[in-house]
Design a protein around this ligand. Structure first.
Ligand SMILES: C[S@@+](CC[C@H](N)C(=O)[O-])C[C@H]1O[C@@H](n2cnc3c(N)ncnc32)[C@H](O)[C@@H]1O
Length: 277
C-alpha cells in the first residue's frame, strides 16, 4: 500500500489479493507504433517499444483488464483512458477489446483535449481521447451507487488540456484522476490502483485527497519521477482547489427539482379535494 512496485503489470497484478481495491485509473501505452500516420509523433518510452502486432497488444490488454477485474472489489470501478487509432486506414476502437473483458462498460467519456487544430490531415483533426468507466457488478447491483448531484452534473464530455509540464513522454493531467476520485468517493476514502503509473499522477491525486494508492511501472526512471512528485505533492494542491470549485451545483439539483415537483403535485391534490382546479 502507498508504494510503486517495479515490474511487469501482469506479474505484479497476479500477486495482489482478489477483491481488495476500490478503484482503478490508468492510461496504458497505446501501441501507437507508427499508427499515428506521418503527421502524428510516436511516443518514445524508456524500457519498451510501443509497437506490438495489434492482435497481441489487444490480447495483453484483455489479460491485464481481467486481472484488474479480479483485484477490484465487487461494486468497484476502473477508468481506462485510451483513444481511437488507425492502422493502414482501418479504425481501431478500444471497444473492440473492452467488450471481450469481464468488465461491464458503464460509460464512454469523451475527453476534449482542447488542443488547436492542424492545417493538414486526411481526416478532421483528432482532438479527443476516451475515458472508459468500467464497472464490476455485484450479485444484486448491476448499475452501481448513484453519484451526488454535484458530481453527476458533469457531462460525458470533459474538456481540459493535456499535461504540458511533465518530462514523462505520455502523462495525463492531474485533473483527470482528481475528477474521478472526487466524484466516486465524494468525502469517503479508499484505495486506488494505477497499473501503468508512469510519472505518478494518480498517486499525487490520491495524496491530495487522503486516499491510499498502489502503482506499477516497468521503468526505474519513471518510478523515480513519480516518487519525487509524491514527496512534493503539496506543490500541486492548486489543481485540487480548482477542481473542487467545479464540483458545485449551479442552480437547483435534480433532487431539489424532484422535491419541488412532488410538493406541487401534493398541492394540486389538496386543491382538487376542495373542488378547485
Ligand atoms: C501512458 S504511460 C502512463 C502515464 C501516467 N498516466 C502519467 O500520468 O504519468 C504508460 C506507462 O506504462 C508503463 N508500462 C508500459 N508497459 C508496461 C508493463 N508491461 N508493465 C508495467 N508498466 C508498463 C510505461 O513505462 C509508462 O510509464
Amino acid at each position: 500500500m502507498n508504494k510503486i512496485i517495479k515490474g511487469d503489470v501482469l506479474d505484479v497484478l497476479k500477486t495482489l489479493e482478489p477483491n481488495s481495491i476500490d478503484l482503478g485509473i490508468t492510461s496504458p501505452p497505446y501501441n501507437k507504433g507508427k499508427k499515428g500516420g506521418p503527421i502524428v509523433k510516436s511516443v518514445v518510452y524508456d524500457k519498451f517499444d510501443d509497437n506490438l502486432p495489434e492482435e497481441i497488444y489487444q490480447e495483453q490488454q484483455i489479460e491485464v483488464l481481467n486481472e484488474l477485474y479480479r483485484v477490484i472489489k465487487p461494486g468497484g470501478s476502473f477508468f481506462y483512458n485510451h483513444r481511437c487509432r488507425w492502422d493502414d486506414g482501418e479504425l481501431i476502437h478500444p471497444m473492440e477489446w473492452l467488450t471481450k473483458t469481464n468488465w461491464m462498460p458503464k460509460q464512454e467519456i469523451i475527453w476534449d483535449r482542447f488542443i488547436s487544430g492542424q492545417l493538414r490531415g486526411w481526416r478532421f483533426w483528432q482532438i479527443d481521447e476516451r475515458i472508459y468507466w468500467l464497472y464490476k457488478p455485484t450479485e444484486d447491483d448491476r448499475v452501481g451507487k448513484e453519484l451526488k448531484s454535484k458530481h453527476a452534473q458533469f457531462s460525458s464530455i470533459w474538456s481540459f488540456q493535456p499535461e504540458m509540464n511533465n518530462p514523462h513522454p505520455a502523462p495525463f493531467p492531474l485533473v483527470l484522476p482528481l475528477r474521478i476520485i472526487l466524484s466516486l468517493f465524494d468525502e469517503s476514502k479508499g484505495t486506488v490502483i494505477d497499473p501503468y503509473i508512469g510519472s505518478g499522477t494518480t498517486a499525487v491525486a490520491c495524496k491530495l485527497l487522503g486516499c491510499d494508492y498502489i502503482g506499477i511501472d516497468l521503468s526505474d526512471e519513471y518510478i523515480k519521477m513519480a516518487e519525487d512528485r509524491i514527496g512534493n505533492y503539496e506543490e500541486e494542491k492548486k489543481f485540487l482547489e480548482e477542481e473542487i470549485k467545479l464540483h458545485k451545483i449551479k442552480g437547483k439539483s435534480y433532487q431539489d427539482r424532484k422535491q419541488k415537483k412532488l410538493r406541487v403535485i401534493e398541492n394540486e391534490k389538496q386543491w382538487e379535494k376542495f373542488g378547485i382546479k
